[in-house]
Design a protein around this ligand. Structure first.
Ligand code: AMP
Length: 281
Protein backbone atom coordinates (compact mmCIF):
# COMPACT_ATOMS: atom_id res chain seq x y z
CA UNK A 1 0.00 0.00 0.00
CA UNK A 2 1.33 3.40 -0.94
CA UNK A 3 2.81 5.42 1.83
CA UNK A 4 0.35 8.14 2.76
CA UNK A 5 1.55 10.92 4.95
CA UNK A 6 -1.17 12.47 7.01
CA UNK A 7 -0.40 16.05 7.92
CA UNK A 8 -1.08 16.62 11.58
CA UNK A 9 -4.64 17.63 12.32
CA UNK A 10 -3.67 20.19 14.87
CA UNK A 11 -0.81 22.37 13.81
CA UNK A 12 -1.46 24.96 16.51
CA UNK A 13 -0.67 22.68 19.44
CA UNK A 14 2.41 24.29 20.91
CA UNK A 15 3.88 24.27 17.43
CA UNK A 16 4.13 20.48 17.36
CA UNK A 17 2.02 20.21 14.25
CA UNK A 18 3.36 18.49 11.21
CA UNK A 19 6.51 17.25 12.89
CA UNK A 20 4.46 14.24 13.93
CA UNK A 21 2.93 12.24 11.17
CA UNK A 22 1.42 8.88 10.58
CA UNK A 23 0.85 6.72 7.59
CA UNK A 24 -1.57 4.11 6.41
CA UNK A 25 -1.12 0.54 7.61
CA UNK A 26 -1.93 -2.83 6.13
CA UNK A 27 -3.28 -5.74 8.12
CA UNK A 28 -1.27 -8.91 8.46
CA UNK A 29 -1.24 -11.43 11.25
CA UNK A 30 2.27 -12.54 10.34
CA UNK A 31 3.81 -9.33 11.55
CA UNK A 32 5.74 -8.87 14.73
CA UNK A 33 4.60 -5.25 14.82
CA UNK A 34 1.60 -4.81 16.99
CA UNK A 35 -1.34 -2.51 16.74
CA UNK A 36 -4.13 -2.06 19.22
CA UNK A 37 -2.44 -3.18 22.41
CA UNK A 38 -1.81 -6.68 21.19
CA UNK A 39 -5.49 -7.60 20.82
CA UNK A 40 -5.36 -7.26 17.06
CA UNK A 41 -2.00 -7.42 15.33
CA UNK A 42 -1.40 -5.20 12.34
CA UNK A 43 1.54 -5.00 10.02
CA UNK A 44 2.51 -1.37 9.80
CA UNK A 45 4.00 -2.16 6.42
CA UNK A 46 4.49 1.36 5.23
CA UNK A 47 6.12 2.77 8.29
CA UNK A 48 8.04 1.94 11.38
CA UNK A 49 6.54 1.32 14.81
CA UNK A 50 5.15 4.19 16.85
CA UNK A 51 5.25 2.94 20.41
CA UNK A 52 5.10 4.51 23.86
CA UNK A 53 6.68 3.17 27.04
CA UNK A 54 4.83 4.00 30.26
CA UNK A 55 5.91 3.15 33.79
CA UNK A 56 7.12 4.56 37.09
CA UNK A 57 10.55 6.16 37.43
CA UNK A 58 13.21 3.46 37.68
CA UNK A 59 11.10 0.66 36.19
CA UNK A 60 13.42 0.25 33.20
CA UNK A 61 11.66 2.11 30.39
CA UNK A 62 14.98 3.42 29.07
CA UNK A 63 16.67 0.01 29.17
CA UNK A 64 13.98 -1.87 27.27
CA UNK A 65 13.04 0.99 24.92
CA UNK A 66 16.69 1.34 23.96
CA UNK A 67 17.10 -2.41 23.30
CA UNK A 68 13.94 -2.47 21.18
CA UNK A 69 15.09 0.61 19.33
CA UNK A 70 18.29 -1.20 18.30
CA UNK A 71 16.38 -4.35 17.38
CA UNK A 72 13.73 -2.59 15.29
CA UNK A 73 15.88 0.23 13.91
CA UNK A 74 13.67 3.03 15.22
CA UNK A 75 14.79 5.95 17.35
CA UNK A 76 14.41 5.72 21.11
CA UNK A 77 13.32 9.17 22.21
CA UNK A 78 13.41 9.80 25.96
CA UNK A 79 12.08 13.21 26.98
CA UNK A 80 14.12 12.94 30.21
CA UNK A 81 17.28 12.80 28.04
CA UNK A 82 16.11 15.85 26.10
CA UNK A 83 15.60 17.70 29.38
CA UNK A 84 19.08 16.65 30.62
CA UNK A 85 20.65 17.75 27.32
CA UNK A 86 18.97 21.13 27.69
CA UNK A 87 20.24 21.36 31.28
CA UNK A 88 23.78 20.51 30.20
CA UNK A 89 23.70 23.09 27.42
CA UNK A 90 23.36 25.92 29.96
CA UNK A 91 20.94 27.53 27.51
CA UNK A 92 18.26 30.05 28.50
CA UNK A 93 15.93 27.34 29.83
CA UNK A 94 18.46 25.46 31.88
CA UNK A 95 18.17 27.35 35.19
CA UNK A 96 14.39 27.15 35.17
CA UNK A 97 14.54 23.45 34.28
CA UNK A 98 17.12 22.48 36.88
CA UNK A 99 14.93 23.79 39.71
CA UNK A 100 11.95 21.79 38.47
CA UNK A 101 13.86 18.58 37.70
CA UNK A 102 15.86 18.61 40.94
CA UNK A 103 12.62 18.70 42.90
CA UNK A 104 11.23 15.76 40.93
CA UNK A 105 8.47 17.89 39.42
CA UNK A 106 7.23 17.80 35.85
CA UNK A 107 8.36 20.36 33.30
CA UNK A 108 5.46 22.25 31.69
CA UNK A 109 3.66 20.58 28.81
CA UNK A 110 4.63 23.47 26.58
CA UNK A 111 8.38 23.18 27.23
CA UNK A 112 8.40 19.40 26.90
CA UNK A 113 6.38 19.42 23.68
CA UNK A 114 8.77 22.00 22.23
CA UNK A 115 11.83 19.92 23.15
CA UNK A 116 10.24 16.81 21.67
CA UNK A 117 9.18 18.68 18.61
CA UNK A 118 12.74 19.90 17.95
CA UNK A 119 14.08 16.37 18.44
CA UNK A 120 11.58 14.92 15.97
CA UNK A 121 12.31 17.61 13.46
CA UNK A 122 16.05 16.88 13.66
CA UNK A 123 15.31 13.15 13.27
CA UNK A 124 13.05 13.72 10.30
CA UNK A 125 15.81 15.72 8.60
CA UNK A 126 18.09 12.68 9.04
CA UNK A 127 15.45 10.37 7.55
CA UNK A 128 14.30 8.74 10.79
CA UNK A 129 10.94 7.06 10.79
CA UNK A 130 8.89 5.67 13.65
CA UNK A 131 9.76 6.06 17.31
CA UNK A 132 9.73 4.51 20.72
CA UNK A 133 8.80 7.25 23.15
CA UNK A 134 10.03 6.91 26.72
CA UNK A 135 8.75 9.32 29.37
CA UNK A 136 6.22 10.97 27.06
CA UNK A 137 3.33 11.43 27.47
CA UNK A 138 3.26 11.99 31.22
CA UNK A 139 0.12 14.09 31.53
CA UNK A 140 -3.33 13.75 30.01
CA UNK A 141 -2.72 16.97 28.08
CA UNK A 142 0.44 15.51 26.53
CA UNK A 143 -1.46 12.33 25.62
CA UNK A 144 -4.19 14.37 23.96
CA UNK A 145 -1.63 16.38 21.98
CA UNK A 146 0.07 13.18 20.87
CA UNK A 147 -3.27 11.63 19.92
CA UNK A 148 -4.20 14.72 17.93
CA UNK A 149 -1.13 14.57 15.78
CA UNK A 150 -0.33 10.92 15.27
CA UNK A 151 -1.45 7.30 15.72
CA UNK A 152 0.22 5.36 18.46
CA UNK A 153 0.29 1.62 17.72
CA UNK A 154 1.07 0.31 21.15
CA UNK A 155 1.63 1.48 24.72
CA UNK A 156 3.78 -0.82 26.84
CA UNK A 157 3.20 -0.36 30.55
CA UNK A 158 6.18 -1.74 32.47
CA UNK A 159 5.53 -2.65 36.08
CA UNK A 160 7.58 -3.48 39.17
CA UNK A 161 6.63 -3.34 42.86
CA UNK A 162 7.12 0.16 44.29
CA UNK A 163 9.56 -1.13 46.99
CA UNK A 164 11.99 -2.09 44.22
CA UNK A 165 11.77 1.20 42.34
CA UNK A 166 13.43 3.40 44.96
CA UNK A 167 16.39 1.00 45.31
CA UNK A 168 16.72 0.75 41.52
CA UNK A 169 16.81 4.55 41.13
CA UNK A 170 19.34 4.92 43.95
CA UNK A 171 21.57 2.27 42.33
CA UNK A 172 21.50 3.88 38.89
CA UNK A 173 24.86 5.07 37.47
CA UNK A 174 25.90 6.40 34.07
CA UNK A 175 29.39 6.47 32.58
CA UNK A 176 30.04 10.10 31.72
CA UNK A 177 32.35 9.06 28.91
CA UNK A 178 30.57 6.28 26.98
CA UNK A 179 27.07 7.22 28.20
CA UNK A 180 26.14 3.63 29.13
CA UNK A 181 23.82 3.02 32.07
CA UNK A 182 24.54 0.60 34.94
CA UNK A 183 22.99 -0.32 38.25
CA UNK A 184 24.85 -1.20 41.42
CA UNK A 185 21.75 -2.24 43.41
CA UNK A 186 21.19 -5.84 44.54
CA UNK A 187 17.44 -6.31 44.48
CA UNK A 188 15.87 -9.18 46.36
CA UNK A 189 12.22 -8.70 47.25
CA UNK A 190 10.69 -11.78 48.85
CA UNK A 191 7.35 -12.74 47.34
CA UNK A 192 4.45 -12.49 49.79
CA UNK A 193 0.67 -12.84 49.54
CA UNK A 194 0.83 -14.54 46.15
CA UNK A 195 3.27 -11.98 44.73
CA UNK A 196 6.41 -13.39 43.10
CA UNK A 197 9.92 -12.95 44.47
CA UNK A 198 11.80 -10.31 42.47
CA UNK A 199 15.55 -10.52 42.36
CA UNK A 200 17.89 -8.57 40.14
CA UNK A 201 21.64 -8.81 40.02
CA UNK A 202 23.53 -5.54 39.75
CA UNK A 203 24.54 -4.49 36.26
CA UNK A 204 28.13 -3.53 36.98
CA UNK A 205 30.28 -1.35 34.73
CA UNK A 206 33.48 -2.64 33.12
CA UNK A 207 36.71 -1.46 34.79
CA UNK A 208 37.25 1.28 32.16
CA UNK A 209 34.00 3.02 33.21
CA UNK A 210 34.42 2.54 36.95
CA UNK A 211 36.05 5.90 37.68
CA UNK A 212 33.69 7.81 35.39
CA UNK A 213 30.37 6.92 36.95
CA UNK A 214 27.90 9.65 37.70
CA UNK A 215 24.57 9.64 39.52
CA UNK A 216 21.61 11.68 38.32
CA UNK A 217 20.95 14.71 40.52
CA UNK A 218 17.28 13.66 40.82
CA UNK A 219 18.10 10.10 41.94
CA UNK A 220 18.15 10.92 45.66
CA UNK A 221 15.71 9.14 47.98
CA UNK A 222 13.65 12.26 48.64
CA UNK A 223 13.37 13.22 44.98
CA UNK A 224 12.68 9.66 43.80
CA UNK A 225 9.80 9.44 46.29
CA UNK A 226 8.46 12.78 45.02
CA UNK A 227 8.70 11.50 41.42
CA UNK A 228 6.84 8.32 42.31
CA UNK A 229 4.10 10.38 44.01
CA UNK A 230 3.80 12.60 40.95
CA UNK A 231 3.71 9.55 38.67
CA UNK A 232 0.84 8.05 40.67
CA UNK A 233 -1.12 11.32 40.65
CA UNK A 234 -0.45 12.66 37.17
CA UNK A 235 0.79 9.91 34.89
CA UNK A 236 -1.06 6.82 36.12
CA UNK A 237 -4.39 8.02 34.63
CA UNK A 238 -2.73 7.56 31.23
CA UNK A 239 -2.83 3.81 31.78
CA UNK A 240 -6.64 3.88 31.87
CA UNK A 241 -6.71 6.32 28.92
CA UNK A 242 -4.74 3.92 26.71
CA UNK A 243 -6.45 0.83 28.14
CA UNK A 244 -9.81 2.24 27.10
CA UNK A 245 -8.43 2.72 23.58
CA UNK A 246 -7.30 -0.94 23.50
CA UNK A 247 -3.64 0.09 23.13
CA UNK A 248 -2.23 -0.83 26.51
CA UNK A 249 -0.02 -3.88 26.98
CA UNK A 250 0.67 -4.52 30.67
CA UNK A 251 4.02 -6.12 31.39
CA UNK A 252 5.06 -7.19 34.89
CA UNK A 253 8.83 -7.43 34.83
CA UNK A 254 9.79 -10.84 36.21
CA UNK A 255 13.28 -9.73 37.32
CA UNK A 256 16.39 -8.25 35.75
CA UNK A 257 17.31 -8.03 32.07
CA UNK A 258 18.21 -11.74 31.58
CA UNK A 259 14.73 -12.88 32.66
CA UNK A 260 12.72 -9.91 31.41
CA UNK A 261 14.11 -9.29 27.92
CA UNK A 262 13.13 -12.67 26.38
CA UNK A 263 9.72 -12.51 28.06
CA UNK A 264 9.13 -9.00 26.74
CA UNK A 265 10.08 -10.09 23.22
CA UNK A 266 7.67 -12.98 23.55
CA UNK A 267 4.87 -10.68 24.74
CA UNK A 268 5.56 -8.41 21.77
CA UNK A 269 5.74 -11.43 19.45
CA UNK A 270 9.27 -10.43 18.56
CA UNK A 271 10.97 -13.54 19.93
CA UNK A 272 11.84 -15.02 16.56
CA UNK A 273 12.43 -11.55 15.08
CA UNK A 274 15.64 -11.21 17.11
CA UNK A 275 16.92 -14.56 15.77
CA UNK A 276 16.06 -13.61 12.19
CA UNK A 277 17.85 -10.28 12.58
CA UNK A 278 21.03 -11.90 13.90
CA UNK A 279 20.91 -14.56 11.19
CA UNK A 280 20.63 -11.84 8.54
CA UNK A 281 23.48 -9.79 10.03
P1 AMP B 1 13.10 10.87 33.29
O1 AMP B 1 14.50 10.69 32.84
O2 AMP B 1 12.09 10.34 32.33
O3 AMP B 1 12.89 10.38 34.70
O4 AMP B 1 12.84 12.46 33.33
C1 AMP B 1 13.61 13.31 34.15
C2 AMP B 1 12.82 14.58 34.43
O5 AMP B 1 12.58 15.28 33.21
C3 AMP B 1 11.44 14.37 35.05
O6 AMP B 1 11.46 14.17 36.45
C4 AMP B 1 10.75 15.67 34.65
O7 AMP B 1 11.17 16.74 35.46
C5 AMP B 1 11.28 15.91 33.24
N1 AMP B 1 10.44 15.28 32.22
C6 AMP B 1 10.78 14.25 31.38
N2 AMP B 1 9.75 13.93 30.58
C7 AMP B 1 8.73 14.76 30.90
C8 AMP B 1 7.41 14.92 30.43
N3 AMP B 1 6.91 14.16 29.45
N4 AMP B 1 6.64 15.89 31.00
C9 AMP B 1 7.12 16.69 31.97
N5 AMP B 1 8.36 16.58 32.48
C10 AMP B 1 9.18 15.63 31.96
Amino acid sequence: MARVLRVARSSSLFGLGSRFYSTSAEVSHASPFLHGGGASRVLAKDRNVQWVFLGCPGVGKGTYASRLSTLLGVPHIATGDLVREELASSGPLSRQLSEIVNQGKLVSDEIIVNLLSKRLEAGEAKGESGFILDGFPRTMRQAEILGDVTDIDLVVNLKLPEEVLVDKCLGRRTCNQCGKGFNVAHINLKGENGKPTISMDPLLPPPRCMSKLITRADDTEEVVKARLRIYNETSQPLEEYYRSKGKLMEFDLPGGIPESWPRLLEALRLDDYEEKQSAAA
